[in-house]
Design a protein around this ligand. Structure first.
Ligand SMILES: NC(=O)c1ccc[n+]([C@@H]2O[C@H](COP(=O)([O-])OP(=O)(O)OC[C@H]3O[C@@H](n4cnc5c(N)ncnc54)[C@H](OP(=O)(O)O)[C@@H]3O)[C@@H](O)[C@H]2O)c1
Length: 162
């Protein structure tokens, strides 16, 4: 799709939850390449600051950063506050945790943390941004998962939680 058409359909801003490194950073760079402004959410602020400076310099798009924990049930309030004056045309939910080990060796709190990041987080963001996109009749949502979630593997029972 041509850059201008892509921007009309999926811009002018994209929010990438877990956008500071790895596959999330790759999404960040691809979208910046298409001229989309970015809101990057992750916990480690120095990494977000470094990447945002780099992207703004190399791609000439605007980048906002939100240093927050997606496992926090209040995170949506922070995200709403940082995005209330812009249109998010693309949502990428990329953050996930995959603890490896026997299920019963983890504390219950750790299981809930997996549910919060891998399940509650995407549902919350899709509910909020999806409804806004539906009203505008345009936009796109990408939920990053793993093939490992489709089958049973030893010591990876948490895979069924996303
Ligand atoms: N890597 C693989 O081989 C592979 C294979 C199949 C599927 N995947 C899927 O691809 C996605 C990304 O994997 P990856 O390997 O690129 O991950 P990664 O390198 O660990 O990056 C995860 C990103 O999410 C952020 N993040 C993690 N927990 C967070 C939290 N609680 N709150 C806010 N941000 C959080 C991280 O930043 P902070 O740590 O600073 O918060 C980082 O930006 C995941 O959904 C994974 O299941 C990966």
């Amino acid at each position: 799709m041509k850059k201008e058409r892509f921007k009309q359909k999926y811009g002018p801003w994209a929010l990438i939850a877990g956008g500071s490194q790895g596959i999330g950073e790759a999404f960040t760079r691809v979208l910046a390449d298409k001229g989309i402004n970015l809101v990057l959410v992750a916990r480690r602020k120095p990494l977000l600051e470094k990447l945002s400076r780099d992207i703004e310099k190399t791609h000439g798009v605007h980048v906002r950063i939100i240093s927050a924990d997606l496992a926090d049930s209040e995170v949506i309030k922070i995200i709403k506050e940082h995005t209330k004056d812009i249109e998010i045309g693309t949502l990428v939910y990329n953050a996930a945790i995959i603890p490896i080990g026997p299920f019963l060796d983890f504390d219950l709190e750790e299981h809930f943390n997996v549910i919060n990041i891998n399940c509650r987080g995407p549902v919350t963001l899709v509910d909020y941004f999806g409804k806004l996109m539906k009203k505008r009749e345009r936009g796109g949502i990408i939920l990053v998962s793993s093939m490992a979630g489709f089958q049973g593997n030893p010591l990876t029972v948490h895979n069924c939680l996303w």
